[in-house]
Design a protein around this ligand. Structure first.
Ligand code: FE
Length: 359
């Protein structure tokens, strides 16, 4: 045998061994995947969630493999992977994205009495003809207004409508209009006010901006604290996080700010959800449903409040979060339109944003 032939034979043998090993690996990983593990694609970006996953694994022996990305990244990845996707559970942090995942056929609807009993219809996707539900909200967050107490009177910002009023000219900091948190808020306002008034309102907000939309919600809060603007829109848990911070600069920042839960005298404050669905091509379907049911359990539900400063969707869950108590006192009035409707309105909202030049 010539040296070239020998090399070829060695290469082929090596290739065969590696293919065999790969085959074995696939078999082993498949059996693990089906029996003992759960693959989660998660857009939840909260460090305190580690305990949430850890407690599930401890209680069930099911190992969690997690891929972290933002909502849009996860939906794009699911689409690209198609039937080969290893994802079992999808965790997203906004109603409009959950709705998008549903209509793009990326989820498989689930029938679970436990989930249907724990989660009110307002906070879940619409059931299909078989009564199966495409996605569930597990925690809520309010979209609130913060303002500089020295420059702005509370009465000037106590409704969403007033953010578009000339009284707030040059005052407003807000993140991109196309961000899911704002698409959902604007989708809710569209539901309450109708198209014409919503367009006028959005245009008013563009005219009131202290600067072009940029950054996340915490950047808007900081913008008010530093004087870049004097009114901003944020999700409630970012505020609660700053309220619980031990850092002296965070404490000093919060001293300057007033917080309003808008529209208490009318339809109530807009509430969004973080939620989950079973992936269309889930290989570990049973484990996926188990995980969703775990998220609805009192332990996990109180974790959303105590760990990440959200509110549980399930009724009667005890929470001990001083920042949430300080924020809402005796509670607040939240809107009661189904979050799925808010998701449905996002296409229209994007058109309105383009029309009025809301970046
Ligand atoms: Fe967030």
């Amino acid at each position: 045998m010539g040296s070239t032939q020998l090399e070829l034979r060695v290469i082929l043998t090596k290739k065969f061994i590696s293919m065999a090993l790969a085959g074995m690996f696939v078999c082993v990983s498949n059996s693990i995947a089906q029996e003992n593990s759960l693959n989660i694609y998660s857009a939840r970006h909260y460090p305190t969630d580690e305990a949430l996953y850890g407690n599930f694994s401890k209680a069930t022996g099911i190992k969690i493999n997690r891929v972290d990305a933002d909502d849009a990244g996860i939906l794009a990845r699911l689409k690209a992977e198609g039937a080969a996707s290893p994802a079992d559970v999808i965790l997203l942090v906004d109603a409009s994205r959950l709705w998008k995942g549903e209509i793009e056929g990326l989820f498989q609807p689930v029938k679970s009495k436990l989930l249907s009993d724990a989660i009110a219809p307002q906070f879940r996707g619409k059931a299909n003809l078989d009564g199966a539900i495409p996605w569930f909200g597990f925690s809520t967050r309010a979209r609130v207004v913060v303002y500089n107490k020295l420059k702005v009177a509370k009465e000037e910002v106590d409704t969403y409508e007033k953010l578009g009023n000339p009284i707030n000219n040059g005052r407003l900091c807000i993140r991109s209009g196309s961000h899911p948190y704002n698409l959902s808020l604007f989708g809710s306002v569209l539901e309450h006010l109708g198209e014409e008034k919503t367009q006028t309102w959005l245009k008013g907000m563009v005219e009131n901006m202290a600067r072009s939309p940029k950054g996340g919600d915490t950047d808007q809060i900081k913008g008010v604290a530093t004087g870049e603007c004097s009114v901003a829109v944020t999700n409630s848990y970012y505020l609660a996080r700053l309220m619980r911070s031990e850092k002296s600069e965070d404490k000093a920042m919060m001293e300057k700010l007033g917080v309003v839960f808008p529209n208490q005298a009318s339809w109530g404050t807009h509430v969004n959800i973080a939620g989950a669905a079973v992936a269309k091509n889930a290989k570990n379907r049973e484990n996926a449903i188990k995980f969703l049911e775990y998220l609805a359990s009192p332990t996990a539900q109180s974790h959303f409040a105590d760990g990440n400063n959200e509110w549980p969707v399930a009724q009667g869950v005890s929470i001990s979060n001083p920042a949430l108590k300080a924020l809402t006192g005796n509670g607040f009035k939240s809107e009661n339109i189904p979050v799925s409707v808010v998701g449905m309105n996002q296409v229209k909202v994007q058109q309105l944003l383009d029309r009025v030049g809301f970046k």
